[in-house]
Design a binder for this molecule. Structure first.
Ligand SMILES: *[C@@H]1O[C@H](CO)[C@@H](O)[C@H](O)[C@H]1NC(C)=O
Ligand SMILES: *[C@@H]1O[C@H](CO)[C@@H](O)[C@H](O)[C@H]1NC(C)=O
Ligand SMILES: *[C@@H]1O[C@H](CO)[C@@H](O)[C@H](O)[C@H]1NC(C)=O
Ligand SMILES: *[C@@H]1O[C@H](CO)[C@@H](O)[C@H](O)[C@H]1NC(C)=O
Ligand SMILES: *[C@@H]1O[C@H](CO)[C@@H](O)[C@H](O)[C@H]1NC(C)=O
Ligand SMILES: *[C@@H]1O[C@H](CO)[C@@H](O)[C@H](O)[C@H]1NC(C)=O
Ligand SMILES: *[C@@H]1O[C@H](CO)[C@@H](O)[C@H](O)[C@H]1NC(C)=O
Ligand SMILES: *[C@@H]1O[C@H](CO)[C@@H](O)[C@H](O)[C@H]1NC(C)=O
Ligand SMILES: *[C@@H]1O[C@H](CO)[C@@H](O)[C@H](O)[C@H]1NC(C)=O
Ligand SMILES: *[C@@H]1O[C@H](CO)[C@@H](O)[C@H](O)[C@H]1NC(C)=O
Length: 826
């Protein structure tokens, strides 16, 4: 019976959601009336469903509204793929209603205005000298103003291909007309529903040997470097176009620097697109699934971030350490050697150029370093001649051949420090780079290939060991002192705790008698106040409210558990105060408050960029790993949620609120409890339904946390009309391969691989069966490695409805067969 009901409901809601989907898309595709492929003066194109269609029907031009927006733009799209505009005219000045009009002036200037309005929303650059102008949409997607009937592209007075938006179509040019200064570049959309220029721009930089770049922001900071052209592809963009399918060309001459690609067989549909989070992707249209497939995407990993390792260093993702110095170089600042803040490396021995004794060390499979300080000679110079020229010129620090398409030929010479060099290693790609070294360094190098590494290792290891010893000694001294000062409270004496006791007067002074303005919020069992001790230390005081009967147990529980724990990612208990009927816990103060206050606040969430969020995820994972496996006790937190994650001044996350935590014995795998505690939305299905909890229940909550951190949305609460909760929504996007759509808009730039990995781990953690979920130690490993992560298994996702008294009455979201179906079970 139940089964039957499910079936019926499934098919109904499935139809419903397809219907909704159509409604959503309806803004885009209203039935169209073709107005031929050309526009002539005096016959404008109105926003009444009329469009231009290219002669063989491949492209269409007309008014459209992106995604959920109601604003109208003039755009061009593949006729069959109306949801993806490849060009937008008035991206800066949309028309508010359907009153837009695209017209061609008698001189040949295209103009977008609203009917009955004199303000011009958009116009093409002024065109002169045409007697009989015509604006035609061609079958390659180019919209051009020309003398009627003249098909020669070189004579076009204006063309959309010269003003690309975020998409490079086959046959379109990227780069410069050096003579006229015209620079064709791609700029991402602001968001999925706003074509306004976003933060990322793809273009070609002319300094030195011309290179492909993605820049970010108005300052155009280099974000990703595709590197110089090597005859086949950009040095750092192997796979940007598949040579079996495309003919990619790069033209460098005094008049132009142009990249373009064309299909060898024109039938497939494929484009290059810059996305709002900073990635460049090549998409191929998959007619079968009716969607784009991503076949290539950069930045592909951390080594693709511009200059992560600093000067004269090399980045390798599969190496022992991501950053290391070039052979013959030493790290400049051992204490700052981390990927994001590097002072780079400098030469161990000065070059001896005058005597001509220098040698070159060969790096194989390299992405050529930044060539903006290089000189290039494209003549058919051999590699030996290149070496000779480099040797002769004392400013030359490295060389490589500039063209590897047939044999190695041509010559690039680097005239300064080597920056942004990466090695591809066994993954393939890259070419040989020769770096200048003093002769005896090279001998050294040959006798001991890894000396650079081992020297670095020693440089790091020795001070690190010393610091470690010092810390150990300091720690022991501190602990001994503390022990002597400790006053153990009678009530919790049996538990044998080292817990300093605070005097009530001290706490009252620190919090100004629990002044209302010092109240920080409401904790598990009572209000929390901010305070300041006389020595200036800031504290947070958690006060057990008198009315709470449950509170006293939770209070004791928290003291017992947290007093025994010490970890960077757990909030630190400084002491307690039990005096005059008051029971209080005193913690270190966390100036940045709790994670939920940042995450779900529109203004504050801007402060959490992807790197910060990633660090928070990793921090929480480490804290939880410590609770589950590494501390002296085995502890299940049972109430992990964003409001229980506090952030210190460096945004290091600290797990707090151990009122509901439980210690379990080593042999206990799961615990059956009489009372279900925890927070709806974070609770695992087996706990909600069967009152069984285990460390895997915490893993579930952690999965919810990851997904909330990435999406900036709460799991609970209606997320989108046809999905019950965030988890269900993400599951279905994941299955469609579109999981990046959930990424919070305010997250800024991010590495697709990292975010995708985190989403995948999040989904693994919220799998229905506890045994399918990973342990926290596995989670920590997966977070930090690129090794294969298993595919999460789709299953039932349970969203508990707190407004309903019976926990068993649940809304289930089945992902099993139908991806977006909601059902209610009895
Ligand atoms: C759209 O407007 C044009 C110009 O006024 C007109 O010729 C055409 O019939 C209109 N189409 C529809 C569907 O109203
Ligand atoms: C567009 O769709 C039509 C009919 O569905 C089909 O005949 C045509 O080949 C498609 N064109 C492209 C470019 O996919
Ligand atoms: C574009 O036209 C609309 C009328 O629909 C007007 O409200 C808007 O201000 C115009 N924008 C610009 C930038 O001119
Ligand atoms: C434009 O003005 C004419 C005459 O004033 C009016 O009939 C028409 O409805 C107006 N159109 C729009 C879109 O406002
Ligand atoms: C086009 O010409 C007009 C009149 O000569 C001038 O006002 C306008 O600024 C020009 N526009 C551009 C984009 O050059
Ligand atoms: C560059 O632009 C100028 C002026 O528009 C034009 O005459 C020339 O042909 C263009 N050069 C190339 C290589 O496209
Ligand atoms: C590739 O493009 C270049 C320049 O456009 C052209 O000369 C060459 O013939 C093309 N090759 C093929 C195989 O289409
Ligand atoms: C080395 O790095 C540390 C940490 O980033 C920094 O505080 C210090 O000033 C640096 N030292 C030098 C000599 O640059
Ligand atoms: C050349 O080598 C000699 C001996 O190795 C050294 O003393 C001299 O300074 C070197 N000359 C230069 C210009 O480096
Ligand atoms: C070395 O090359 C640079 C760049 O081409 C050039 O400016 C410089 O004059 C050269 N120096 C010598 C000594 O040839």
């Amino acid at each position: 019976m139940w089964e039957l009901e499910l079936m019926v409901q499934r098919s109904v809601s499935c139809k419903l959601s397809t219907f909704l989907l159509h409604l959503l898309l309806a803004g885009f595709i209203s039935p169209t009336i073709e107005a031929g492929n050309s526009l002539i003066p005096g016959q404008p194109l109105y926003d009444n469903g009329t469009t231009l269609i290219s002669s063989r029907g491949r492209f269409e031009l007309g008014f459209f509204s992106p995604a959920s927006s109601s604003r109208r733009y003039i755009g061009i799209w593949y006729r069959n793929i109306s949801q993806t505009p490849v060009w937008v005219a008035n991206r800066l000045s949309p028309i508010d209603g359907r009153s837009g009009r695209l017209s061609l002036s008698g001189e040949g200037t295209l103009i977008v205005t609203a009917v009955n309005s004199s303000t011009i929303n958009w116009s093409s650059s002024n065109v002169t000298g045409l007697t009989n102008p015509e604006a035609t949409l061609f079958d390659d997607g180019n919209f051009a103003v020309r003398e009627a009937g003249n098909d020669d592209p070189d004579s076009f007075a204006w063309q959309s291909f010269d003003f690309p938006t975020d998409t490079l179509l086959p046959g379109m040019k990227l780069g410069w007309n050096v003579t006229s200064g015209l620079n064709r570049q791609l700029t991402s959309w602001m968001s999925a529903d706003d074509p306004w220029p976003g933060d990322y721009t793809l273009g070609i930089d002319l300094q030195g040997d011309p290179q492909l770049f993605i820049w970010s922001g108005l300052q155009r900071l280099p974000y990703w470097r595709g590197g110089p052209w090597n005859g086949l592809h950009f040095s750092g963009a192997l796979g940007m176009v598949d040579p079996k399918l495309f003919n990619a060309t790069f033209v460098v001459d005094p008049h132009q620097v142009i990249y373009s690609f064309n299909f060898l067989d024109p039938s497939p549909i494929s484009v290059l697109v810059v996305y709002r989070w900073g990635s460049l992707r090549r998409l191929v249209w998959n007619g079968g699934s009716g969607d784009w497939s991503v076949v290539w995407s950069v930045p592909m990993d951390s080594c693709d971030t511009m200059s992560v390792c600093g000067v004269n260093a090399v980045c390798g993702v599969n190496a022992l350490r991501m950053c290391s110095c070039l052979s013959g170089f030493l790290v400049n600042n051992v204490s700052s050697w981390n990927p994001s803040n590097s002072y780079g490396c400098s030469r161990m021995s000065p070059l001896d150029c005058g005597n001509g004794t220098d040698e070159f060390f060969k790096f194989s499979r390299s992405k050529l370093p930044d060539t903006s300080m290089s000189v290039v000679d494209r003549r058919s110079m051999s590699l030996d001649q290149c070496r000779e020229s480099c040797m002769k010129n004392c400013s030359c620090k490295a060389y490589a051949s500039s063209d590897i398409s047939e044999s190695e030929s041509g010559c690039i010479m680097w005239m300064g420090d080597i920056t942004d060099l990466r090695l591809y290693g066994d993954t393939g790609g890259g070419q040989d780079l020769y770096v200048r070294l003093a002769a005896f360094e090279l001998e050294d190098e040959i006798s001991n290939q890894s000396s650079g590494m081992s020297r670095l290792a020693v440089m790091i290891a020795v001070p690190a060991l010393a610091i470690f010893l010092l810390v150990c000694i300091a720690f022991c001294v501190c602990r001994c002192r503390k022990r002597n000062n400790c006053v153990v409270v009678k009530e919790i004496e049996e538990e044998d705790l080292d817990l300093p006791l605070f005097d009530l007067a001290t706490v009252l002074i620190a919090t100004s008698n629990f002044a209302a303005e010092n109240k920080l919020g409401q904790g598990g069992f009572g209000p929390v106040y901010k305070g300041k001790l006389v020595d200036g230390q800031e504290i947070a005081v958690k006060r057990l409210s008198n009315t709470s009967t449950q509170g006293i147990n939770e209070f004791k529980n928290e003291v017992v558990i947290i007093a025994k724990l010490q970890h960077q990612n757990l909030v630190r208990l400084l002491g307690c105060c039990i005096q005059g009927g008051e029971r209080m816990l005193i913690y270190e103060f966390m100036p940045n408050g709790s994670l939920d206050a940042f995450l779900f606040d529109e203004a504050k969430c801007m402060l959490l960029d992807w790197q910060t969020r990633y660090n928070i995820i990793v921090g929480i994972a480490r804290g939880l790993l410590y609770l589950h496996h590494d501390s002296r006790l085995k502890i299940i937190h049972r109430d992990l949620k964003t409001s229980n994650i506090l952030l210190d001044q460096c945004n290091i996350p600290k797990i707090s609120d151990f009122g509901l935590a439980r210690i379990f014995r080593g042999d206990e795998m799961e615990i059956n409890t009489r009372r279900v505690v925890g927070t709806y939305g974070y609770m695992s299905p087996e706990y909600g339904m069967n009152e069984i909890f285990s460390i895997k229940s915490d893993v579930f909550s952690f999965g919810v946390l990851i997904l909330e951190i990435i999406s900036g949305k709460k799991n609970r609460g209606a997320y989108q009309s046809n999905y019950l909760n965030l988890l269900g929504h993400i599951w279905s996007l994941w299955e469609e391969g579109k999981s990046l759509e959930i990424v919070d808009k305010s997250i800024g730039s991010f590495l697709e691989v990292e975010v995708t990995r985190c989403i995948k781990i999040g989904l693994l953690c919220v799998q229905e069966r506890p045994q399918d979920r990973p342990t926290m130690s596995l989670v920590v490993t997966m977070l930090s490695s690129d090794n294969a992560i298993p595919e999460p298994k789709p299953g039932f996702i349970v969203a508990l409805d707190s407004s309903n008294s019976s926990i068993r009455k649940q809304y289930l979201l089945s992902i099993n067969n139908v991806s977006n179906t909601t059902l209610e079970g009895r």
